[in-house]
Design a protein around this ligand. Structure first.
Ligand code: DCT
Ligand code: MG
Length: 400
């Protein structure tokens, strides 16, 4: 972030006039604020948000402030920052003057003050205070450990701990198995996973699953499905039209991977899904599908073949990679796929839109129409957008 701020704008600012001319006013996702043809929606599911973010200098600032609010337990303000950030991410032009904000939704005075400061100084003092603050730094550090969430971070912070070393070496602490492995593979897990690494794991796992169950459907989801080049984990969603088969896929796949020595850690959460249950009112609620959190041993080809044994300079020939498997019934697959594709903010807005604009309840399991009192079946993501009366957005336009 500081790098971004110091360097000024991430992209060269073109003249506004030039951009206006390039915009197609017939497109329903035209995001020009001063253009009179179309307004920018307050919902990310009614805007296209490609990966490239030409307003990153502002959106990074908002996301740091949102994260800080999350660490402080201030959910409402956190939401406001994330919504403001998402609006800016959908713009096709860089914000160059305060006038460019005219007509944009969800940018209140607090948000505008921050944007103005960044426009003037290239940085925002409030953001700099946050990133240099003890609490933010500690929470960032602690939550970067696999298996450590906000509660544990809060506890450690209150106890006065500030570094991983202090915590790791404290004999009084009892860590969960997940946290132990989180510490053990900390460097690998906190480094980025490239798209090619994600695809390698996905191809490998899919081959195993299809040999077990030829009609299984295996999809790489999460950020990589949205076109990201890097990620923090590999999200894989699995289903099968035959109900009796779907149940055995996960355990059998894990057994095969374990026998090949490719699992460093795994934790299976069995399904608690009940088909008749109404979608949750909580926008951030977890889903009830069977899933498995894995630390996968990705063996790097070629590295081991160099044959320089006992050489301290030789790096290990594998990398620990976080992989999530989610197994869903066939009937709920489209909803689960939509949910796991993200982004998180896109999903929140999709649910908010369903609730506020359609009197429907959406989650990873289904869509309930409160007016008609029925669950709406969907076999593709397109079906779901149609039920919601939304123009379909491809995964790469859901990077809110
Ligand atoms: N998700 C969900 N329920 C959860 C966790 C995640 O519905 N319990 C959704 C929201 C986004 C998507 O799944 C993937 O989550 P992440 O892997 O955390 O996000 P990402 O977009 O894939 O980002 P990253 O590149 O950091 O993995
Ligand atoms: Mg992911």
């Amino acid at each position: 972030f500081t790098e971004c701020m110091g360097a000024g704008f991430p992209v060269e600012i073109q003249s506004r006039h030039q951009l206006m001319v390039q915009q197609d006013c017939s497109a329903s996702f035209n995001t020009s604020p001063s253009s009179s043809c179309v307004q920018v929606s307050q919902y990310a599911c009614q805007r296209r948000t490609p990966l490239q973010d030409i307003n990153q200098i502002f959106t990074d600032a908002f996301e740091i402030l949102a994260e800080n609010c999350e660490f402080l337990g201030n959910k409402e303000l956190c939401k406001s920052f994330l919504r403001a950030s998402a609006v800016l991410k959908s713009l096709r032009f860089p914000i160059a003057t305060m006038k460019d904000l005219d007509g944009l939704p969800l940018l209140g005075n607090e948000m505008k003050t921050i944007i103005e400061e960044i426009l003037e100084d290239g940085k925002c003092a409030r953001v700099l205070d946050v990133i240099n603050g003890e609490r933010y730094k500690s929470f960032k550090l602690f939550t970067s450990i696999f298996g450590v969430g906000l509660k544990t971070s809060e506890k450690w912070f209150r106890m006065g701990f500030r570094t991983l070393e202090e915590i790791k070496n404290n004999p009084e602490f009892k860590f969960t198995k997940m946290q132990k492995y989180g510490f053990l593979h900390y460097e690998d897990i906190t480094s980025y996973i490239s798209k090619s690494e994600a695809l390698e794991i996905y191809d490998f796992v899919r081959d195993i699953i299809l040999k077990l169950v030829p009609d299984a459907v295996v999809t790489l989801t999460g950020g990589f499905r949205r076109g990201k080049e890097r990620g923090h984990d590999v999200d894989i969603i699995i289903t099968c039209p035959r109900k009796e088969k779907e149940k055995s896929i996960l355990h059998n796949t894990i057994t095969i991977l374990k026998n090949q020595g490719l699992i460093l850690f795994y934790d299976i959460n069995e399904s608690t899904f009940v088909e008749t249950k109404l979608p949750s009112k909580k926008v951030d609620a977890l889903d009830h599908f069977q899933k498995c959190f894995i630390i996968f041993k990705l063996v790097k080809e070629g590295v081991g073949a160099t044959n320089i044994k006992d050489n301290e300079m030789e790096s290990k020939n594998w990398k620990a990679v976080r992989v999530d498997f989610v197994i869903t019934p066939y009937k709920q697959y489209a909803y689960a796929l939509l949910g796991w594709t993200g982004s998180r903010q896109f999903e929140r807005d999709l649910r908010r839109y369903a609730t506020n604009e359609k009197k429907m309840m959406l989650d990873n399991h289904g869509l309930f129409d409160k007016t008609k009192n029925v669950f709406l079946d969907a076999y593709t993501e397109e079906d779901i957008f149609e039920h919601l009366g939304l123009e379909y957005l491809e995964p790469w336009d859901r990077n809110a």
